[in-house]
Write a protein that binds this ligand. Structure first.
Ligand code: SAM
Length: 445
């Protein structure tokens, strides 16, 4: 099976089952085993179409004679496949993009529909870019950016309100660029110097960040042997900030309340040099298995997983450090999770804000007096971040914002406010860094 058909099936499956596109695509690539070029074209098509869905639908809607939102999903996706190739893939000749989609339409929907696909795609192919741009220019800013950069309008509106036009544009553009892969060096098994030398020997192109504990690369395949050896593990440097803010020491008793798949838990264990107690809680048993698997790969011995609702857990011994990496809208990682922008919503934001405050309240009760609590999200919405903390501090006067540990000043992120122990990074601010928030708090003695 060729790239376009694999991409079509992956898009159909992702939409129908509300699953992650990455999983569907990998399953289909494994099943059909296409050559290298088809693999990379299928991946580009799936990611690109999911990112640019709104822009593509806007283009198609102008030539499709009925309501495009009500068209059969398979027809929608075939038209998106064709339009994406026409707009974004210079190397594919327009006629080839149209012909291949007409063939797919004939196979999946019959002759009549293939005629519609042919008609719509030919009109898009012959439209000068200036006509589209002129239409957009007449729109108000939030609507124009929403279509141009293919993000939901409610999100663009709120980012414009909160962050202004320049930062919003930078976030939108960054979310549509293909992200670098970030990997953490496992200092339990190797040192940064040894790792850098090994990567250079393997001709991997990379840069370093976060106290040289992380590498950024576009050469993921060349890093796989090091991942299999447990020397590297996939983690974005933004995800390291809450751990560096918590700063656990060997021998500490640490509770990680929302731990799966274990990116931060395993980093905490590394910081603790595999000494002490580290309880990792997650609500879902299959997700807890992933934490154990990851810990085994990295030679980590101190993690004990617990399947439970973190709003009700009662550890035997009060922890002296708690990490609450709360479930959130994920608006800081939309560039990496291509379909997420269409799945998150103002209603979800409200629901999650409530869940986060319940988790925070429970964390406050569990922590030993004098202990440290770090709250983190991969969101850039104030309600989930700074406002959440403000409300928490009002409910819990026995907590204060705690300055960041001195070691954190060595990182390359200027956004860490050392005196208030908080950090908000926005997508596009630092190359390779996701958006996210973290706050260090101390419980009074
Ligand atoms: C942001 S993710 C955590 C990512 C993780 N800390 C890491 O760095 O790999 C949030 C996690 O919270 C879990 N979760 C959601 N609600 C929960 C609850 N009430 N109790 C415990 N875990 C929960 C989800 O299953 C999800 O794995």
């Amino acid at each position: 099976m060729k790239a376009r058909e694999i991409a079509l099936l992956a898009l159909q499956e992702t939409e129908k089952n509300n699953t992650k596109s990455e999983q569907s695509l990998h399953r289909l690539l494994d099943k059909h085993n296409p050559d290298k070029n088809d693999r990379s074209l299928a991946t580009e098509l799936v990611n690109g179409i999911l990112r640019f869905r709104l822009k593509l639908d806007f283009m198609i809607g102008r030539y499709y004679h009925h309501d495009f939102n009500k068209a059969a999903p398979v027809l929608q996706n075939i038209l998106r496949l064709g339009t994406y190739q026409l707009l974004f893939l210079d190397k594919i000749p327009g006629w080839a993009a149209v012909d291949e989609c007409v063939k797919l339409a004939r196979k999946y929907k019959g002759r009549h529909i293939s005629g519609i696909v042919n008609g719509v795609l030919r009109k898009i192919a012959s439209e000068p870019a200036s006509t589209f741009n002129e239409t957009l220019e007449k729109m108000p800013l939030h609507k124009r950016l929403s279509i141009e950069q293919s993000h939901p309008q409610w999100l663009v509106e709120r980012w414009l309100d909160v962050y202004g036009e320049e930062k919003t544009r930078s976030m939108l553009t960054s979310n549509n660029a293909s992200p670098l892969t970030a990997l953490r060096i496992n200092t339990l098994k190797t040192s940064p110097e040894t790792m850098f030398a090994a990567l250079k020997d393997a001709s991997v192109t990379f840069s370093t960040c976060m106290q040289e504990r992380f590498i950024l690369t576009r050469d993921f395949d060349a890093c796989k042997p090091f991942i299999h050896l447990g020397l590297l593990t996939v983690q974005n440097p933004t995800q390291a900030i809450p751990c560096l803010l918590l700063n656990p020491l060997p021998g500490d008793t640490v509770l990680d309340m929302c731990a799966a798949p274990g990116g931060k838990t395993t980093f905490l264990a590394e910081m603790m040099q595999n000494k002490g107690s580290l309880i990792a809680v997650d609500r879902y048993p299959n997700k807890c298995k992933k934490i154990i698997q990851r810990a085994n790969e990295l030679d980590i011995k101190i993690i004990q997983t617990v399947v439970a609702d973190a709003r009700t857990i009662q550890p035997e011994k009060p922890p002296n450090a708690v990490l609450l990496d709360a479930p959130c809208t994920g608006t800081g990682v939309l560039g990496r999770k291509t379909e997420l922008r269409w799945r998150t919503s103002p209603e979800k934001l409200k629901e999650l804000t409530l869940l986060q405050s319940e988790l925070l309240d429970h964390a406050a009760g569990l922590l030993d007096s004098g202990g440290i609590l770090v709250y983190a999200t991969c969101s850039v919405e104030p309600e989930e971040n700074a406002l959440q903390i403000e409300r928490f501090l009002k409910r819990h006067p026995d907590f204060t914002r705690e300055p960041a540990p001195v070691s954190l000043s060595l990182t390359d992120v200027n956004e860490i406010n050392s005196s208030t122990g908080s950090c908000l990074t926005l997508p596009g601010e630092y190359e390779g860094f996701d958006g996210g928030f973290a706050q260090r708090l101390r419980k009074k003695r």
